[in-house]
Design a protein around this ligand. Structure first.
Ligand SMILES: Cc1ncc(C[n+]2csc(CCOP(=O)(O)OP(=O)(O)O)c2C)c(N)n1
Ligand code: SF4
Length: 328
């Protein structure tokens, strides 16, 4: 059992399912692993680390519905790091797959063919290409139908699996395979990152949160809080991606932390649309500290500093926090 008695077992039935109390420190993180090591993802994959913590919070009684992306590589017959079931779908329709599974489980329970104790949480798992772009309409439909499901987006800010192309989550002035800095655009990507949190929040789902692999206590407590709500529970994990972001694999957690400390990645939650920030740095570090350590922003510093773009990025972050001052 984790420190401070963080886990309650289900009446002596073993580790089949667990109810987790809110935790206070990393010592309380459940030691049980629901995702085993030895996957084909890249070393230092931030999304995988976030998923590992999500899996600890969700327990084993889940079924994952995955849209095509890097994490599709996790379960390729006959290998899987999970004990739970997994359904693979096309990029645009993981929430529709989740609806089918949820309906089937509900009907089986209603007909007495499935013990309610054997009920499963239905969990959609997609990259940002799916979440921000291709599956936006099927997600919106699922939220409107109040589908009882979890949605985890590991946001590596590009279409990673196909070689790091621009997605709606790609930040302004970053380099991707389809936004190379050059004559046409010296800054790389010209559009700002889409605000998926705001889009999802406009539906006023029961629970919505941003999470980070560098803040596992915050992450796990958000899942714990979400558990009490029936309906859509949505999570966006900023996920440093060593090959896509041009960082050393050993730097993933430090960079994820820097994203929060500079204010680039706001850790927050919204319950039925009511927004609250959950981790706010006492003193914000300059955004440049986050940018200058990543290969995808190297063109902003060399051969000449692109002052205009650097200022615009800092101003965007300042504007966000000034706008949300009252909500801290
Ligand atoms: C409709 C459609 N277009 C293109 C592809 C090819 N494809 C497979 S994975 C992938 C990238 C998905 O990007 P994202 O959702 O961000 O996940 P990541 O690869 O970053 O994990 C693409 C474009 C596809 N499977 N379906
Ligand atoms: S490309 Fe990025 S997101 Fe995909 S497995 Fe590698 S590190 Fe993870």
């Amino acid at each position: 059992m984790a420190g401070n008695g963080a886990i309650k077992r289900d009446g002596g039935k073993g580790v089949k399912d667990m109810v987790m109390e809110r935790i206070k420190s990393i010592k309380d993180i459940p030691p049980e692993e629901n995702m085993l090591p030895g996957t084909p993802t890249c070393a230092g994959c931030g999304g995988l680390l976030a998923l590992r913590h999500c899996m600890k919070a969700l327990g084993r009684k889940i079924v994952i519905v995955n849209a095509a992306g890097c994490f599709t590589l996790l379960t390729i017959y006959p290998y899987t790091p999970f004990k739970n079931s997994w359904l693979y779908t096309a990029m645009a329709c993981a929430p529709a797959g989740a609806q089918g599974i949820r309906d089937a489980l509900d009907i089986l329970i209603k007909k007495g063919r499935l013990d309610p104790d054997e009920n499963l949480k239905v969990v959609v798992l997609t990259g940002d290409g799916s979440a921000y772009d291709m599956s936006l309409s099927s997600t919106s439909g699922a939220i409107n139908r109040n589908l009882d499901f979890y949605y985890i987006c590991y946001d590596n800010e590009a279409y990673g699996n196909t070689g790091v192309q621009w997605s709606g989550a790609t930040p302004f002035a970053s380099k991707t395979g389809t936004t190379p800095p050059g004559m046409l655009s010296p800054i790389g990507a010209e559009l700002a990152k889409k605000d998926l949190f705001a889009i999802w929040n406009s539906h006023k789902p029961p629970y919505l949160a941003t999470i980070s692999p560098a803040h596992p206590v915050d992450l796990i407590n958000k899942f714990k809080k979400a558990e009490q709500y029936k309906g859509p529970k949505l999570f966006i994990a900023l996920s440093p991606c060593p090959p896509g972001w041009g960082i050393d694999p050993s730097y993933t957690v430090k960079l994820a932390k820097l994203a929060v400390d500079t204010g680039v990645w706001a850790l927050k939650e919204a319950v039925f649309g009511n927004l609250k920030h959950t981790v706010v740095p006492k003193r914000f570090k300059p955004v440049e500290e986050y940018l200058k350590v990543q290969g995808r922003f190297a063109h902003l510093f060399k051969p000449v500093r692109q002052e205009g773009a650097l200022n615009k990025i800092q101003e965007g972050v300042d504007e966000y926090w000034n706008r949300h001052k009252l909500l801290l």
